[in-house]
Design a protein around this ligand. Structure first.
Ligand code: 13P
Ligand code: SF4
Length: 359
């Protein structure tokens, strides 16, 4: 076979041309031959292993566009894990996401390419902490963000993600017949939800190490530099960030916003790979702004996804008893109807008084 551009064979060049078109602003021609080879090999191994790759929106573009069978936000990945009939799930994301997949599909082999891919929110709280909170607030429903360990989910009444947190809080208050709920462990998500509902919120002081770094001054500086840019923020950011933004929502809600409204210029206040990934699908939109990377998400690479499929490593397991209890909480969330709008944080200008009790 004759060699093509970048030292690829013609066949490999043809096979990966569509991916190259989407990643070429982020991958150098020098890196591409090795990445194209890995993408092709991974896609072959997936068929051989009967595996599916669930890739979060924060994966790098070559993973997102090259090998992800399903790409999306935490809610979308959880739903897909429950739906998929593949024998093996490879979680191109962080450890709590792999545990969620295992909870929903205990009969499947769930693999994560690097076991060290953690999360500052998930490690901010333990099952023992949640048991103490329940003792302190008996009778109140416990809602935990999906960014928690299986041990914490096992102590939970219902999970939520940033895509449905307001809906889950209002559902739980009604179902339990109470006017306050426990929403843990993300303090900022809790504050941002509290601004959208009259239900009282008891929160925990956990934070996402990526989103808490943004400041209102960052937004002011960006508005000075690019006055025509629309600013979209993730609800794991502090409240003042959302108040200064034009829209806020989960990573999937941000994607929908950009795909549907096609702003001329946009700033995404979230993990940096999001902009690189969407950019491949919406040519003509100018993405500007800061770049904060999640060190945990960035542990996942094409090379370790490849090794994961070759050696069927590293398997994520969850004790059976934890699966049974955690599943109830995750399944309750999945069974709620999808919100009519992807996120309700877009009404940030009409905020209620924020009343959050911090534990
Ligand atoms: P979503 O994709 O659900 O918005 O979550 C963002 C995140 O930080 C996941 O770790
Ligand atoms: Fe956790 Fe934040 Fe990284 Fe998401 S971006 S995995 S919430 S540390």
């Amino acid at each position: 076979m004759a060699d093509g551009v970048f030292g690829l064979t013609k066949d490999l060049e043809r096979e990966t041309a569509g991916v190259w078109a989407k990643v070429k602003d982020h991958v150098t021609p020098l890196e591409w031959p090795e990445q194209a080879r890995l993408i092709s090999e991974i896609n072959r191994l997936k068929r051989e292993r009967d595996a599916v790759i669930l890739a979060h929106n924060y994966m790098t573009p070559e993973i997102f566009h090259g090998v992800g069978d399903y790409v999306g936000d935490s809610l979308g990945l959880a739903k897909e894990a429950a739906r998929s009939d593949a024998r093996v799930i490879v979680q191109a994301g962080v450890h709590f996401m792999a545990e969620t997949s295992k909870i929903l599909s205990p009969e499947k082999t769930v693999l994560i390419p690097d076991l060290r891919a953690g999360c500052s929110l998930a490690s901010s709280i333990t099952g023992a902490d949640v048991r103490l909170i329940k003792q302190r607030y008996p009778g109140l429903p416990v809602i935990t963000y999906v960014n928690t360990t299986a041990e914490v989910k096992a102590e939970t009444d219902i999970c939520c993600t940033s895509a449905n947190a307001v809906q889950v809080v209002e559902w739980a208050a009604k179902e339990w017949g109470v006017d306050r709920v426990i929403l843990i462990p993300d303090e900022f998500l809790a504050r941002n939800v509290a601004a959208q509902t009259t239900v009282g919120i008891i929160a925990w002081k956990g934070h996402c190490e990526v989103h808490k770094r943004f400041t209102a001054q960052d937004i002011a500086d960006m508005r000075d530099a690019w006055p025509d840019a629309e600013v979209l923020a993730h609800p794991e950011c502090p409240e003042e960030i959302l108040a200064a933004s034009d829209f806020a929502g989960s990573t999937a809600a941000m994607t929908d916003y950009v795909e549907q409204r096609r702003p001329r210029r946009v700033v995404l206040i979230t993990e940096c790979s999001m902009a690189s990934n969407i950019k491949g699908d919406v040519p003509g939109v100018d993405f500007v702004g800061p770049c904060n990377l999640c060190p945990h998400m960035k542990r996942i690479t094409l090379q370790n996804i490849h090794d994961c499929l070759v050696n069927l490593q590293f398997e994520v397991t969850v004790p059976e008893e934890m699966i049974a209890r955690g599943r109830l909480a995750v399944q309750r969330m999945i069974d709620l109807p999808s919100p009519a709008v992807p996120a309700r944080y877009d009404i940030v200008k009409a905020r209620h008084h924020v009343d959050v009790e911090l534990i």
